[in-house]
Every structure is written in structure tokens, then in C-alpha cells.
Design a protein around this ligand. Structure first.
Ligand SMILES: [Fe+2]
Length: 321
């Protein structure tokens, strides 16, 4: 423990007075003087100072620092390792799992989801979202093959290809849903994806070239909704009923959720990590950077879907029953 060098982790929100927030946890101290000392102490947590060095720099005694660091570590504000070239997988997973629900919440944190659920958003937004998912899911074949090609080991490459073999035709469920709901002669060659849909595809192709772990960390975000399949199905059914949507449209969307859930793709990233003792610092930084970029792309995607499709003229195509 004395050789450990605490490292303050990034993405700490300092916007509130005398409060530090990170991944849903707040730290606050009432005393302004104590708060100043605490901020100074954190400034020394650069991953280069041992606990003894922190004690001499801050004037706090070593025992108090040990307790403070343990508390900060448990609440996800610092890591406390002797060096940071390699990050133990256990530590990485705790950090990843801390952020996963926060990322997913931000990806789907747009008012129109609630409005669809309440039946007050235009139905075209729901159809449009499904159409863009048709385009997106159709392109998994272009990034999962790359992820397989750039896999670090033969076993991971085979695993990635197996995932593709289970996923490549899911666009047909979205397409069948859209065709049933809008135009029976709808052809994929007649329609083009939104720019933000293409952007996500291109981004995932770029992540696939970074290797299996980085790519599948991003995939873990995309598969995360299958954890709460019941909630997703309730959303489809309720929005479908309130917006009087075509029953095949809803049935196909539900079928996709069930198929995804049964494949247990949500566990792929954990299975990959179960073979590893540690990850390089570069890999860890790449994973967190990639996931946060993907989240922001999703926010833009959903915004563009809403902005584009809410004015979309479906009236002459809509065969809702
Ligand atoms: Fe799928």
C-alpha cells in the first residue's frame, strides 16, 4: 500500500459549489477551509505520488490519507495502484460498469421517447427510427467483418464472426416492420440513410480496426437495451397502441428484442474480458474514449431522426390498422 500512487480519475463534474460529482456519486464538505485542503490533496493525486509523499505534501498524516484514499477509491474517484501501464481487469470492469447505465441513459435521454410512449409524438418519428435502424443494422456486416479481421487472436476472430452470423440479417426484421407500416413496395434501394446513421456506421468501422476489445466495448452499449427487454417491449406495445400503429410493425420490433436477448450478446464483452488479467493503459483510454464518442453520436442520431421524421409525410403511405 505505501508504494501505491493514487490517480484522480477524469470526468469529474466540479460545476456545483463545494461538490464533486462523478458517475452519479457526490462528494461534499461543509467547511470551506477543509474543502480547499481536499481540493489540494486531489490535485496531488496524479498517479506519481506515493501515500507518504502525499502526506508530506499536504501535511495530513499517512493513516488519514489511507482512509481517505480507500473511501475515494470505493466511490469511484481514484484508482490506487503502484503504476498505471497495466490496469487490472477487475478495476477496469468496475469502472466500465459504473458508466454503462449512465451512457445508455444519455443515449436515450430525448423527450420524444416519452412522447412516443404517451402517444403525443408524431408516429412518423417511430417509423423513421425503425427505418434508420434498418439502415444501421444492415451495415453490421461491414463493421463486424472488420472487427473479426482485426481481432487480436484467432479465437476472438472466430467469436466475432459468430456474432456476425447471428446478427447480419436482423435488418430484415426492421425492414419488414417498416414495409408493413408504410409502403408494401418499399425498397431499400429507393431510400437513403440519414447522415447521422452513416456516421455511426463509419465510426464503428473505425473502432473495429482498433481491435476486438475496443469494438466490443462499443457493442456492449448497443446491446445494453436487451438487459431490460421487458421495458423495451412495454414501450413498443404502449406506443403502438396509443399511436394506433400497424400491428406487424410492433410485432417485428418485439421479435427483434426477443431474438437479440436469446443470443445473449450482452455477455460478449464480459466473456472477452474473462480471459484477461489486465489491459494496457492505451486500451483502457481507447475504450472509454470510444464509448463516450459513441454516446454523443447516438445523441446526434436521435436528434436528427426526430428533426427529420416529425415533418415526414406518411399520410399517403401509412397503412396503420
Ligand atoms: Fe439485433
Amino acid at each position: 500500500m505505501p508504494k501505491n500512487k493514487p490517480l484522480l480519475l477524469p470526468w469529474i463534474d466540479r460545476s456545483a459549489k463545494q461538490i464533486l460529482s462523478r458517475a452519479g456519486v457526490d462528494i461534499s464538505l461543509d467547511e470551506p477551509m477543509e474543502w480547499q485542503k481536499f481540493r489540494q490533496f486531489l490535485a496531488y493525486c496524479t498517479g506519481t505520488n506515493t501515500l507518504d509523499q502525499l502526506a508530506s505534501k499536504t501535511g495530513l498524516d499517512s493513516a488519514a490519507i489511507e482512509i481517505l484514499v480507500a473511501d475515494l477509491e470505493q466511490n469511484g474517484f481514484v484508482w490506487n495502484l503502484p503504476a498505471y501501464d497495466e490496469i487490472p481487469v477487475k478495476l477496469f470492469k468496475a469502472e466500465f460498469n459504473r458508466w454503462l447505465p449512465i451512457w445508455v441513459e444519455r443515449m436515450y435521454d430525448q423527450p420524444f421517447w416519452q412522447e412516443l410512449y404517451d402517444g403525443t409524438a408524431p408516429a412518423a418519428v417511430f417509423y423513421g427510427w425503425a427505418m434508420e435502424n434498418t439502415h444501421y443494422t444492415r451495415t453490421v456486416i461491414s463493421h463486424m467483418t472488420l472487427a473479426s479481421r482485426y481481432a487480436e487472436t484467432g479465437r476472438w476472430s472466430a467469436g466475432q464472426f459468430n456474432h456476425l452470423s447471428e446478427e447480419w440479417d436482423h435488418y430484415q426484421m426492421f425492414f419488414k416492420a417498416c414495409a408493413a407500416a408504410t409502403a408494401p413496395n418499399l425498397s431499400l434501394t429507393d431510400i437513403r440513410p440519414l447522415s447521422s446513421t452513416l456516421d455511426i456506421t463509419h465510426f464503428l468501422r473505425s473502432r473495429a480496426r482498433q481491435g476486438t476489445l475496443v469494438y466490443n466495448a462499443c457493442e456492449a452499449l448497443l446491446e445494453a437495451s436487451t438487459v431490460e427487454a421487458d421495458l423495451v417491449i412495454d414501450f413498443y406495445q404502449t406506443a403502438g397502441r396509443k399511436l394506433n400503429l400497424n400491428s406487424t410493425f410492433i410485432d417485428e420490433l418485439i421479435r427483434h428484442v426477443v431474438v437479440d436477448q436469446n443470443f445473449e450478446h450482452i455477455d460478449i464483452f464480459d466473456h472477452l474480458l474473462s480471459n484477461e488479467e489486465s489491459l494496457t493503459q492505451d486500451t483502457v483510454i481507447n475504450i472509454f474514449s470510444s464509448c463516450t464518442q459513441l454516446v454523443e453520436l447516438f445523441v446526434l442520431w436521435h436528434k436528427q431522426i426526430y428533426d427529420h421524421y416529425r415533418f415526414y409525410k406518411l399520410s399517403e403511405l401509412d397503412r396503420a390498422s
